[in-house]
Design a binder for this molecule. Sequence first.
Ligand SMILES: [Zn+2]
Ligand SMILES: [Zn+2]
Length: 181
Amino acid sequence: MVYHEELKWAHPDHHDEIMKSSNGGAEPIQVQSAIHTSRIEESRITSHYGTELVYVTFYTYEDRKLVRMVLDERYAFEELLQKANELLPLGRWRLFCGTDTHVSSEFKNSRQVWDAIKQTSYYGIRYLEVRLIKIGESARCDGCYREIFGSRYKCTECADFDLCGVCEMGPIHSFHKLIKI
Ligand SMILES: [Zn+2]
Ligand SMILES: [Zn+2]
């Protein structure tokens, strides 16, 4: 049975297809009809490594793109990276687990991507949320030493001093004026 909640992961064009395949359970979604598929998928249909049809949402700071991909256990990371660079060619991207508003760990290899995919099956639909960060876009907070994504607070007097949103609210570096960038 399909719960409507899970359909939010899929493009509306594919809802009928998902309902059909989930109800029967037997009918796989046809790879040929996917709007975006990875290039080398055909060679691996017979592979004994896992492949999964995954609804991937790529988030950037100001954009999101939902694509349907057949990902391979061995190459999932490279496939996501290739797709990100195809869809959003303006930057070289790093892949993080997260959305536009929340970022957690960075994906560094296919094993990590695959583990994340395996955790996200709702009634047979697998999805993945990937936050794209441009190489060079992030900075390190000089207060807590964590990586800062998106906007940060830069000191107007020191040569290279940045704070994250949390540290900016505290007493650190309150003797200089910080501007949000
Ligand atoms: Zn901080
Ligand atoms: Zn300063």
